[in-house]
Write a protein that binds this ligand. Structure first.
Ligand SMILES: [Fe+2]
Ligand SMILES: [Fe+2]
Length: 191
């Protein structure tokens, strides 16, 4: 028997099932803002010498995509994608495979981009053109990926999840965020 943290009446509220998807959408809004910042950094790299603004943008992007974005992918892979696959529709399965490949591709691009951002945040300005290219590629892949999730994956998964599944999704996402906040309080190694 499942132990639910919400009362039976609140579970019947039509908006309850939207809660985890609102959290995911807020994550997308945060990611979109960070991608705008990274695009601005790419613009600056093409026309300016090293500045404190550039170093701060690099540091913020590195911290954000080393932590929050990874957790966001986990949320989707544990809750959103399985709901779509369980429906057994070929079109949905194909779309999930594409989104999973995007996650892997973004991880691979991050392996190149992350160290370059780290170096710039530390004041090393040795490969601006390469960093600029990596930023543009990463931003473009991520924007297209989120557009597909917003227009397809989230609305379809929302239809598929029953109350128990939404409760589990809520609980696990909240638990992971509590752990994130505890980690944020620790020294992240930056000066
Ligand atoms: Fe995703
Ligand atoms: Fe996403």
């Amino acid at each position: 028997m499942h132990t639910l943290s919400r009362s039976a009446s609140s579970l019947n509220e039509p908006n309850f099932a939207e809660v985890p998807f609102k959290t995911l959408s807020v994550c997308h809004a945060d990611i979109a803002m960070m991608l705008d910042e990274m695009n601005e950094l790419a613009d600056l790299l093409g026309r300016e010498r090293l500045s404190g603004v550039m170093m701060e943008k690099a540091r913020a992007a590195h911290l954000f995509f080393s932590g929050h974005a990874i957790e966001h992918h986990l949320d989707e892979e544990r809750h959103v994608f399985p709901a779509l696959l369980a429906a057994g529709k070929p079109e949905w399965i194909g779309m999930v495979r594409k989104l999973q490949l995007d996650h892997a591709l973004l991880e691979a691009r991050w392996m190149k981009l992350g160290p370059l951002l780290h170096l710039l945040a530390r004041g090393y300005y040795s490969q601006p053109e390469r960093l600029q290219d990596e930023l543009r590629i990463f931003v473009e892949i991520y924007r297209q990926h989120m557009a597909l999730e917003d227009s397809f994956a989230y609305p379809c998964a929302r239809q598929q999840l029953n109350v128990e599944a939404v409760c589990t999704m809520n609980r696990e996402m909240a638990h992971r965020r509590v752990k994130d906040e505890a980690a944020d309080d620790q020294d992240d190694g930056w000066v």
